[in-house]
Design a protein around this ligand. Structure first.
Ligand code: FES
Length: 106
């Protein structure tokens, strides 16, 4: 099962086993990971699931046009590795992913 490490702004972190085909937003909400809101339920229209991918990975497709547009409106500044965690769905059982959660989502 893929594992995802969520690193918060204060340096604390949570490691979550995430079933394949489950978004990082859903996995975070299901495990009470602080800092991920997911207000729109995963339709890439709220920007409250913003994360910074810690390393380059071929696990995910590049952002869609809708995700790319929404990333311009996140509460925390957009960075080169910004993604919406609702759009990040692990595809490999062996995946080990690290994402940083911004200090604010709203
Ligand atoms: Fe709303 Fe990801 S949950 S953009």
């Amino acid at each position: 099962m893929p594992t995802v490490v969520y690193v918060n702004d204060d340096g604390s972190q949570m490691t979550v086993d995430t079933p394949v085909a489950t978004s990082l937003m859903r996995a975070a909400l299901g495990n009470q990971v602080p800092g991920i809101v997911g207000e729109c339920g995963g339709s890439a229209t709220c920007g409250t699931c913003h994360v910074y991918l810690d390393h380059s990975t071929e696990e995910f497709d590049p952002p869609s046009g809708d995700e790319d547009d929404m990333l311009e409106w996140t509460a925390a500044p957009r960075a080169e590795n910004s993604r919406l965690s609702c759009q990040l769905v692990p595809r490999q059982e062996s995946s080990h992913l690290i994402v940083r959660v911004p200090a604010k989502q709203i």
